[in-house]
Write a protein that binds this ligand. Sequence first.
Ligand SMILES: [Zn+2]
Ligand SMILES: [Zn+2]
Length: 155
Amino acid sequence: MSDWNLPWNAACLCGQVKMRITATPVVSMACHCTGCQKLTSGPYSLSLLLPVDGFEVTEGAPVVGGLHAENQQMFCPHCKNWLFTRMPALPFVNFRPGMLEDASWVRLIIETMTRERLPYATTGAEFSYEGFPAPEDYGPAMAAFADHGARPPAN
Ligand SMILES: [Zn+2]
Ligand SMILES: [Zn+2]
């Protein structure tokens, strides 16, 4: 597919950390869990799952924060924005699309942990799970995203 208009530039709120995305994302997600509610100070977290080879920090030095767990939630050392999550066991990075120069085009394909969803928090996601989806559930969602997931507008 050539209609993704890559690469994309991204930055944290203060601009110390800059990132570059050069590969097509695999799927878009919202997570309603109470952990994500606390981390974002909002109703849910947003993710674009990116191939690890297609994601690069080009400026600044993100630090581990959040739960300091095996999956490392990475933050700007200055403005403390939650930027992305490294997942050492998987060939993907969970990138927060709010860091993109233009995040207005992003639409959600998967929503997870709806059993902890705040009553007013709706996402329009096509695939909805009360918990976290099983690994085999990602196949159909990724296929839907590749087929008709929202693309950024042409520059
Ligand atoms: Zn969550
Ligand atoms: Zn920052």
